[in-house]
Design a binder for this molecule. Structure first.
Ligand code: SF4
Length: 449
């Protein structure tokens, strides 16, 4: 049974010392019951109280860490089944597999690609989180793991089921805290020993959910608490069903044996299928997906799906309201306005960049709503646009007085011209049309001095 706020508060020292980062013990107690903090995050709590109550106050899903220092990937500690109930906390990571069949040289080339797998979308950096090295069919798994670890800029997963090979590989890089994938009914005792000795996280998989729960309990009894539930992609519908069952059991029934994040190993040749499966598993409810591909066309859709599902639905996805300079605009450069919804701003900014014509973008604060929604929701008006342009001193930046407005707000044209010095050019309804429009205006000499 989870503890109430008052029950947690009674356990705490009540000194309001703030060492936990919260102003009072009550505020900290609220975080514990909201499952965003654990009792052990209070440095002042007695070890007896911690031991007695940590199980009851623990988050229903453990936070699991792979790697060390600044190079750590964290997954788990989720608290809800559906994002709209609150939010999802620790985004699913993509691990890219290094097959044992690759030579060392080929492996290093693939790791270089993994290191460079970074994308920028809506102002955020998206990247591959882990390198997953197969060790079973390596003649020297220790040397293999060491070489991969030296080259990889992200933490490692070690894939294998052979205890002696895994032991050599883990021992070689245990200081880097790799995740072992995976303990099975056949190797569970040896793999528990390896994980316990090296103090590294362990992924566990039974032949059924009941068996997985038994194996997890076995590991917990040996004081291993950095555990992941391991799945594969042989039957995707079954995998999603099992991911959902284990998550629901942990979060709504507080079933401790499933109170760990999940990792899914996707073994498909086709890159598009890898991409589709990885996206589906990431959304429901994997914490790590292992794929083979390093192709940007396959990775970007997965990272986009992860980025979308892990945004906080209670926080507007907005950029700062200010005058943005795209390229190096001057006094004869185009001026346009848009709203501060991130996706809208970055779509407009991206298309201006694509046009290679430097321009100013005046971003109006619409509380994170896009163009049509802000108009429908009364978050944008002619007065607000004109006022924002004055506040951002747009007129001081350019000699001309020609303002491009979003095509969806063509209705603003007459009124802006009536109450300001700006002549309005009605732009396109879709950001995609911006480069053609800017080139047309340039060819017509619209901004010539
Ligand atoms: S560190 Fe512990 S004792 Fe200090 S304010 Fe936080 S909860 Fe209270």
């Amino acid at each position: 049974m989870a503890l109430t706020i008052m029950e947690v508060y009674k356990i705490l020292p009540k000194s309001n010392c703030k060492e936990c980062g919260f102003p009072t013990c009550m505020a900290f107690a609220m975080q514990v019951t909201a499952m965003t903090k654990n009792l052990e995050d209070c440095p002042k709590i007695s070890s007896e109280a911690q031991e007695k109550f940590s199980e009851a106050s623990a988050a229903p899903m453990k936070l699991v860490k792979v790697g060390t220092g600044n190079n750590v990937f964290e997954f788990g500690q989720e608290t809800v089944m559906f994002r709209h109930e609150k939010k999802f906390y620790n985004p699913c990571g993509i691990a890219v597999r290094i097959p044992a069949s690759l030579s060392d040289e080929e492996m290093l080339k693939k790791i270089d690609k993994i290191n460079k797998s970074e994308f920028f979308r809506v102002g955020k950096k998206l990247k591959v989180s882990l390198t997953a090295v197969e060790v079973d069919n390596c003649s020297q798994p220790d040397a293999r793991a060491r070489l991969a670890s030296e080259r990889s800029s992200v933490p490692l997963v070690l894939i294998g089921t052979n205890p002696s090979k895994m032991n050599l590989a883990v021992d070689a890089i245990k200081a880097k805290k790799p995740l072992i994938y995976k303990a099975t009914p056949e190797n569970i005792d040896s793999f528990i020993d390896i994980a316990a000795q090296a103090q590294v996280p362990l992924a566990i998989c039974g032949n059924s959910l009941e068996e997985t729960a038994d194996l997890v309990d076995k590991a917990r009894n040996k004081k291993i608490d950095q555990i992941a539930l391991a799945f594969d992609s042989k039957n995707p519908a079954e995998t999603i069903k099992n991911l959902t069952i284990t998550r629901r059991a942990a979060l709504t029934k507080n079933f401790r044996s499933f109170g760990y994040p999940a990792i899914v190993n996707i073994e498909e040749q086709d890159e598009e299928i890898q991409s589709a499966l990885a996206s589906a598993f990431a959304v429901k409810y994997a914490g790590i997906v292992i794929v083979d591909t390093t192709s940007p066309e396959a990775l970007l859709p997965v990272l986009t799906a992860i980025g979308n599902i892990y945004t906080d639905p209670q926080v507007p996805n907005a950029v700062e309201s200010k005058l943005y300079e795209i390229g190096s605009p001057n006094e004869n450069s185009p001026v346009m306005f848009t709203t501060n919804f991130s996706l809208t701003y970055f779509s407009v900014a991206g298309e201006v960049e694509r046009s290679k014509i430097p321009a100013y973008i005046c971003v109006v604060d619409t509380e994170g709503l896009g163009v049509l929604n802000s108009y429908a929701g009364d978050k944008i008006s002619v007065d607000k646009v004109v006022k924002t342009m004055k506040e951002q001193k747009v007129a001081e930046k350019v000699k001309h007085r020609k303002l491009i407005i979003p095509g969806l707000l063509a209705i603003f044209k007459g009124e802006i011209e009536d109450i300001s010095e700006w002549k309005v050019i009605v732009g396109t309804e879709n950001a995609r049309g911006i480069p053609a429009l800017l080139h047309q205006l340039k060819d017509k000499g619209t901004y010539d001095a």
